[in-house]
Design a protein around this ligand. Structure first.
Ligand code: SAM
Ligand code: SF4
Length: 485
């Protein structure tokens, strides 16, 4: 069993129970916001809806955008104001501001990675997930260490340098001992340079071991902060413990993870309320630790085999998803925004230009999926383009694809990374590292038109560079690898 979620006495621990409007009909109505109930502090936030804005509201929105452009995080009142905008002209200003903030912080680079699914054997029954225990049609598999190695080597051969290890929750088959063996083998025996993990929440002791195994980012999504929906969607297993999940980032940070990834599963509940709650959670981490999440993901509910979450009441449209990416970008300017292959290619291409800074590509969502299709996948993929195709597309949009992994290995993490990003210095590292990583990609993997296009871009960059880029490229041509700043 995981250790007990000990929140007592921590004044900064907040619990998003439900929107203010719903409390009125609830037995929890008597609990005042800010007070403790069963060791958990309650935070209540009103629901938001779109509304017609007056002229002075529009001026207020422009002030908020100016604040983001000045690299300042937004408070909850400002986030709510953005969430309430309905005017499409104002939205186009918001999108422009989000694009500018992204470029100010990260430049044009977009980092690419792939997920590596280790196991689909799960003790939980999340109603929306193909891996849930109650999906009796699922074909179950947990990769052996050798199988994980084979898949990682295959992906390294395609040019990936960073992988996200993803696992269902099975303490016996996919516990910390298993993760340690997998990371050790992949680091020692493949060219993969950084592994991130999206797994079930762990205890502080297990997180310490995960960190010591060389994992860069620990990622976990709260799914929804709305407790009644959370309880409904997660009826059994350890994931049914809302508080244990809510405290996961505190435990990961306490164990030494300075880079954590957060998100909500968009479509479970009213996205405006969940987005505000997630930003509130991030702000609490920043207040407490000096840094918040390294990345925010925008997973949107997809069809899955055996899913029981077919209630489309809270469906998130493509337009809403674009707004969410823009709001995360503006609310926390330094944070990376991750867009996965859950989304269709056309929409992803738009998001590449409007605020995303990390994207997966060429993904499979079942264990052994890169070797053989067939075992149960977690959900359906929307963008099935290969890494090379996505790299080509990003370049054709005038952006800079990147396979860089430098920051995690150079100690640019947590507060240090946040400061570099807010000073808008990080993009200088990002740009050069993107070029060095692309040069390796051109030498080792690229082919056809994409190779030609990337070579042209790299040659143009040599002409602009004052950092001895031509010499560095020559070293890469001569076989030197993993050059970075
Ligand atoms: N099992 C761990 C957990 O639940 O936290 C970690 C891995 S889980 C495979 C990763 C994420 O996939 C979940 O946090 C959830 O947000 C997302 N997910 C699950 N089912 C999904 C679906 N049908 N569509 C989109 N995302 C889904
Ligand atoms: Fe298991 Fe995670 Fe799927 Fe829930 S979301 S059923 S915990 S794999």
């Amino acid at each position: 069993m995981p250790e007990s979620p000990g929140y007592s006495g921590d004044p900064l621990n907040l619990n998003w129970l439900m929107p203010a409007e719903e409390r009125i009909n609830s037995t929890l109505y008597r609990i005042p916001a800010g007070s403790y109930h069963k060791g958990i502090r309650f935070f209540i936030w009103r629901k938001m809806d779109q509304k017609e804005l007056t002229k002075s509201d529009a001026l207020y929105i422009r002030d908020i955008l100016a604040k983001s452009l000045d690299m300042q995080s937004l408070n909850l009142t400002e986030v709510s104001a953005l969430l309430e905008v309905s005017d499409r002209y104002l939205w186009s200003e918001i999108f422009d501001a989000a694009r500018s903030v992204k470029e100010k912080v990260y430049g044009k680079r977009i980092v690419l990675f792939a997920p590596l699914y280790l196991s689909n054997e799960c003790m939980n029954d999340c109603l929306y997930c193909g891996f849930r225990k109650g999906n009796t049609d699922a074909k179950r598999k947990t990769l052996t260490v050798n199988e994980a190695l084979e898949e990682a080597a295959l992906l390294a051969g395609r040019g990936y340098k960073r992988l996200l290890l993803v696992s269902s929750e099975h303490p016996k088959r996919a516990g910390i001992d298993y993760f340690e063996k997998i990371t050790d083998a992949i680091y020692k025996k493949t060219d993969i340079r950084i592994l991130h993990v999206n797994s079930a929440p762990m205890s502080v002791d297990d997180f310490k071991r995960l960190k010591a195994s060389g994992v860069g980012v620990y990622q976990c999504f709260q799914e929804t902060y709305h407790m009644p929906t959370y309880r409904f969607m997660h009826p059994t297993g350890s994931k049914s413990d809302y508080a244990w999940r809510l405290g996961v980032m505190d435990r990961a940070i306490e164990a030494g993870f300075e880079d954590v990834g957060m998100g909500v599963l968009l479509g479970l509940y009213d996205w405006r309320w969940d987005v505000a709650a997630l930003i509130a959670h991030c702000r609490r981490l920043i207040n407490k630790y000096g840094f918040g999440p390294h990345t925010l993901s925008v997973p949107r509910l997809q069809p899955a085999q055996g899913s029981k979450a077919d209630n489309l009441r809270y469906r998130v449209s493509d337009d809403d998803l674009k707004k969410i990416v823009a709001i995360y970008r503006l609310a926390l300017p330094y944070v990376g925004v991750v867009v996965s292959t859950r989304e269709p290619s056309g929409l992803r291409d738009e998001l590449f230009s409007s605020g995303a800074s990390q994207v997966s590509a060429g993904s499979k969502t079942s264990p052994w999926g890169y070797m053989k299709d067939g075992d149960t996948e977690q959900f359906e993929i929307g963008d099935s383009r290969s890494l090379e195709e996505v790299i080509g597309k990003i370049a054709s949009l005038g952006l800079m694809p990147s396979l860089c992994t430098a920051c995690y290995r150079e100690g640019r993490s947590g507060e240090r990374f946040k400061n570099l990003a807010e000073e808008t210095t990080i993009k200088n590292f990002c740009h050069e590292n993107a070029l060095l990583s692309l040069k390796e990609y051109v030498e080792d993997c690229a082919s056809g038109e994409v190779k030609k296009e990337l070579t042209k871009i790299l040659n143009e960059e040599i002409a602009k560079s004052r950092n001895g880029l031509a010499e560095k490229f020559k070293l890469i041509e001569a076989g030197k690898r993993d050059m970075h700043v």
